[in-house]
Design a protein around this ligand. Structure first.
Ligand SMILES: [Zn+2]
Length: 152
């Protein structure tokens, strides 16, 4: 199934809200024919010339969505490659982990999202295939990452 950039953008915004709503300087979400294609610095989309440089077997070329987020005025940031072939719960987890890292990086390690009663942040994990925020110590499921009814 082809995953739309709009869907992934919406998920990113929901997750960033749960991570304390940091100031976002860039949030790029692109549907790409090959998530593993060569990427230049700061999320530049490779042109047709670059694409022909990556000679790969057709089965290695996987369509998907590629993200880039920056929480710095300088535009520094990082992204994640989300192949369409992965199930939704896995993609949401990858996105949550990446955005959490980026928030930690920009805040110097603020423990978000909070794990009630604990010093550590909650961890993105799968609870019966539902991507959730989970206590990394006792495995207690705090809440689903995407609220029920989030459109795909
Ligand atoms: Zn905890």
């Amino acid at each position: 199934m082809k995953r739309s950039a709009d869907t992934v953008r919406k998920w990113s915004e929901i997750i960033l809200g749960q991570l304390g709503n940091p100031r976002v300087f860039a949030l790029n979400v692109d549907e790409v024919d090959d998530v593993n294609a060569l990427i230049l610095d700061s999320g530049t989309v490779p042109g047709p010339t670059l694409r022909t440089l990556s000679e790969k077997a057709p089965e290695d070329i996987r369509s998907g969505v590629r993200t880039f987020v920056s929480l710095h005025p300088s535009g520094c940031g990082s992204g994640v490659r989300l192949p369409d072939s992965l199930p939704e719960h896995q993609v949401v987890l990858m996105l949550a982990e990446q955005l959490q890292e980026e928030v930690w990086e920009s805040t110097g390690g603020e423990p978000v999202p909070a794990c009630p009663g604990h010093q550590h942040p909650a961890k993105a994990d799968s609870a019966n295939e539902v991507p959730s925020w989970v206590c990394p110590r006792d495995g207690h499921v705090l809440r689903p990452i995407l609220p029920a009814g989030t459109p795909e």
